[in-house]
Design a protein around this ligand. Structure first.
Ligand SMILES: *Cc1c(COP(=O)(O)O)cnc(C)c1O
Length: 396
């Protein structure tokens, strides 16, 4: 994204706060709806990436539904998002399953054993259910293994050999305990080319079973709203499966829904200057926000988030390493340069802070949680939620 953005709301919102702009969200939703309209597929919001339910009514006017990683996300969708409610979990719990059945339309199981255990209940409740498969076709580099469901000993999805073994043991008067769909999810922040390649592997291995099914779910990880994404190839993949096999295609992106739609506003608290006397290599600016607490993917992925008005280290006259106020020595966000020196009270605006931010944050060190704000099309700011000491205490 361009780093020139200087919104007029920068000094109007609390600090720190996550700020999501409706206009940017709509930009993404228009692209996704275009795919839906042109292909007839259904697109679901993967809530684990973005659960800011303030925007669920808006998102539901574009997308067909949501998908959940467990009961709580499914409940949130049930309460706030009018649309289809899908769920996948590697293992469901007996105590949760009745409630899941009462609110979810689609249930995806991870293994034949899970199917065998829960399918009778799902069938009785009239739910559509399916099996997650592992096509054993990795399109991600080895250093990305933590995000690659096809890597090594992944627990995610049933391999062809496991499916064949289960089929031999399952009742023969129906296809594998009555499933009506298959689900694969193998991508992470990827284009349509790895999808096309994965789909070939899926078809080659599992295509012989498609005649028994009603739907195929392509999972998430599709960076559909990124500028260079090959929409035509995505639509070709969807159309091919839908026409060749008469299957309904679902995709369930998380990131793509709110990509570049949100920011994190932070304030400079303190400057530690590098001088020839103190032997420091770089100036440091301590902020009221923390990588560890408020942008955990900066340390986990890891990556350096875009910062409005900044340059690479030493590209502009004043360079600073930006850091959090926690005890963690490595709680640094990155090194950036600025046209002017930073001083306490200055506000900074990080980009790429809608997805995997507020859903993953924490109060380590007793850090206050950032407020959550929404900016409407005409730049009105709404403070959706603010947090206080109680939000720290109540979890302990
Ligand atoms: C993570 C995940 C998604 C969403 O992934 P994004 O990378 O946010 O698009 C969708 N489906 C499943 C099963 C997932 O685990």
């Amino acid at each position: 994204m361009s780093l020139d953005y200087q919104p007029k709301w920068l000094y109007e919102v609390p600090s720190p706060s996550y700020v999501v702009e409706e206009g940017r969200l709509k930009h993404n939703l228009d692209i996704l709806k275009g795919v839906q309209d042109r292909t007839g597929c259904s697109i679901l919001l993967a809530q684990k990436a973005f659960s800011m339910f303030h925007f669920y009514p808006l998102i539901s006017s574009y997308l067909k539904g949501t998908t959940a990683s467990g009961l709580y996300e499914a409940k949130l969708a049930h309460e706030e998002f009018p649309g289809e409610n899908h769920i996948f979990s590697p293992a469901y719990q007996d105590k949760d399953f009745p409630e899941i059945l009462s609110i979810c339309d689609h249930i995806v199981f991870n293994s034949p054993d899970q199917l065998k255990k829960f399918a009778p209940m799902a069938r009785k409740a009239g739910r559509s259910y399916g099996l997650r498969i592992n096509p054993e076709h990795s399109t991600q580099p080895p250093e990305h293994a933590i995000y690659d469901p096809c890597s090594g000993d992944s627990r995610l999805g049933t391999k062809l050999s496991e499916l064949e073994k289960a089929l031999a043991e399952a009742p023969q008067d129906e296809f594998l305990y009555g499933i009506s769909g298959l689900h694969f999810h193998t991508l992470c922040e990827q284009g349509a080319e790895p999808l096309a390649e994965t789909l070939e592997a899926v078809e080659e291995k599992f295509g012989k079973y498609f005649q028994h099914l009603k739907w195929l779910n392509f999972g998430g990880g599709h960076h559909i709203t990124r500028e260079d994404y090959n929409l035509a190839l995505l639509e070709k993949c969807i159309n091919k499966i839908q026409t060749k096999y008469s299957l309904k295609v679902y995709i369930e992106p998380g990131e793509a829904v709110a990509l570049d739609a949100g920011f994190l506003v932070a304030t400079v608290l303190e400057i530690i200057e590098a001088t020839s006397d103190n032997g420091r290599q770089a100036n440091i600016a301590i902020l009221d926000t923390s990588a560890a607490c408020h942008m955990p993917d900066v340390l986990e992925m890891p990556y350096r988030p875009p910062l409005m008005g900044s340059g690479e280290a030493r590209e502009k006259p004043y360079t600073y390493t930006l850091a959090g106020p926690t005890c963690l020595a490595g709680d640094t966000i990155g090194t950036y340069s600025f046209a002017e020196s930073l001083k306490p009270g200055d506000r900074l605006l990080f980009g790429d802070m809608a997805i995997y931010s507020m859903v993953k944050n924490n109060t380590f060190n007793g850090m206050p949680l950032p407020a959550i704000c929404a900016v409407s099309d005409n730049e009105d700011v709404e403070i959706v939620r603010e947090f206080a000491y109680e939000d720290f205490k109540m979890r302990l």
